[in-house]
Design a binder for this molecule. Structure first.
Ligand code: B12
Ligand code: SF4
Ligand code: SF4
Length: 382
């Protein structure tokens, strides 16, 4: 052990080194108090109705209490970030735009371009757990990627990984916000990190750019208006007044992150090491990619076809019915006549009433655009 370092410091260094070796982009330690530190904000958010129909969020605090009651010897939280930033973001974004401009396609949020992140992260967390168990046999651990009721952004902020952006995302000053979070709880005494003192300053670009005004106030997101919620978490129809605001987003939304100066391409970000840069699981080639042709999605009539296309990717979350609902919304927004036939097929053949209803809406949108574009008969003065 280097002189001047206690066993906690030494073990903390070893855990962090191992996490980076496993491919995590950054790692920090938060004390147990960080778990409940922001519960008042979380409770206010839920009481305000901002969680919409995400019932798992309504039960969040109750589940957290149970977790803590069952882990009374909790001493430290190892909080980890994994980048999903494409290695050449400017080229990727251009490719997406081109794809959308030339074909009737719907956009997929960056976090979902590749394989499902839960599985990819869990695999590495298991290795980190195994490492700890070798270092300290008998140690207690609990690994979580969105599975346990942990306020992951608040934990990451407490562990010094980044600062809260006004778009509510956690941002790394030198790495932007395109990263996932996960945590490993343990009864080992590790040395906590300090939060970094940084903020957005006077910038309000994300608040202005959000098409649905889901970010009415800094640091407060009304999920009921957020395109990510509407296209991923919501079951049932998207409210008609919100449909046009969904634009081209087939799955998720990145607008408030795309406009953020911290996500602007930078030379240092283009040279991420292969270990801590995006994992191969998150490559476009291993999943749905940045954009999907709408006629293809609208033609997925059976669960088998849907799973053949998207099993193992985040796009299974809204199920076949939800993804086709989204495809109809985008088709209606694009008002693209070449999508009339696939939409008619949805209207006539789809087993889901939700898809049939949304297809009818999209066909109406296209028909009204065709009518308003048609040459108007000359007005004869009375
Ligand atoms: C529910 C949820 C959603 C909901 C609600 C999002 C939201 N902003 O609340 C919906 C479906 C909309 C969503 C969307 C997205 N999500 Co999401 N989501 C979650 C989940 C499961 C819980 C978040 C939550 O507790 N929200 C409630 C609010 C109140 O909590 P919070 O956002 O964490 O906010 C804390 C701070 O803001 C702070 N706070 C509150 N008030 C104030 C005021 C001030 C002044 C300050 C400084 C701080 C502060 O306290 C809060 C409570 O801890 C987490 C995983 C997890 N277990 O944490 C992933 C998570 C937040 N999501 C994630 C991602 C990637 C996304 C998307 C980018 C996906 C996409 N592209 O479509 C979008 C981003 C949209 C956005 N601008 O937030 C990542 C975020 C990583 C990051 N860098 O921040 C997480 C951590 C998942 C993960 N494991 O990586 N998500
Ligand atoms: S993800 Fe999209 S809809 Fe949601 S807050 Fe950000 S910009 Fe608005
Ligand atoms: S766009 Fe500006 S205000 Fe919004 S999160 Fe980024 S730095 Fe903060």
């Amino acid at each position: 052990m280097p002189s001047g370092q206690g066993p906690a410091e030494q073990l903390t260094l070893e855990v962090k080194r191992e996490a980076l070796r496993l491919g995590f982009a950054s790692v920090g330690i938060a004390p147990p108090a960080a778990l409940t530190q922001r519960n008042a904000e979380l409770a206010r958010w839920i009481v305000s109705g901002f969680s919409g129909r995400m019932t798992y969020m309504e039960k969040f605090l109750e589940r957290q209490e149970k977790l803590l009651a069952g882990f009374q010897d909790l001493r430290s939280l190892v909080v980890l970030a994994v980048s999903y930033q494409p290695s050449n973001p400017s080229r990727r974004a251009a490719a997406t735009d081109e794809n959308c401009a030339t074909k009737p396609s719907g956009r997929v949020a960056r976090y979902a371009w590749g394989r499902d992140y839960h599985k990819a992260i869990r695999k590495r967390l298991k290795h980190l757990e195994a490492f700890l168990k070798i270092q300290r046999p008998g140690v207690r651990t609990l690994a979580s990627v969105d599975t346990a009721p942990l306020p992951e952004r608040a934990l990451a902020q407490a562990a010094g990984l980044g600062f809260f952006g006004k778009n509510t995302c956690l941002i790394r000053p030198k790495g932007g916000s395109y990263f996932f979070l996960s945590a490993l709880l343990t009864n080992l005494e590790l040395t906590p990190d300090k939060p970094i003192s940084w903020d957005c300053g006077a910038c309000t670009l994300c608040l202005q750019a959000c098409p649905t005004q889901a970010l009415a106030k800094p640091y407060e997101l009304d999920a009921r208006r957020c395109i990510a919620y509407l296209t991923i978490e919501l079951r049932g129809p998207i409210e008609p007044t919100l449909r046009p605001l969904v634009g081209r987003w087939l799955f998720g939304c990145d607008i408030c992150q795309e406009v953020c100066p911290y996500n602007a391409p930078s030379p240092s970000r283009g040279t991420q090491s292969p270990e801590t840069g995006p994992w191969s699981e998150f490559n476009q080639e291993s999943g749905a990619g940045a954009a999907l042709p709408l006629n293809k999605v609208l033609g997925l009539r059976s669960e088998e076809d849907f799973l053949k296309q998207f099993a193992g990717t985040p796009l299974t979350r809204p199920k076949r019915e939800g993804l086709l609902r989204n495809a109809c919304t985008v088709a209606g927004n694009l008002k693209e006549p070449s999508l009339v036939n696939p939409l008619k097929a949805c209207l006539e053949e789809d087993p889901s009433a939700l898809v049939r209803d949304q297809a009818a809406w999209a066909l109406n949108q296209i028909a009204s655009a065709v009518h308003s574009a048609a040459p108007q008969p000359a007005r004869i003065p009375p």
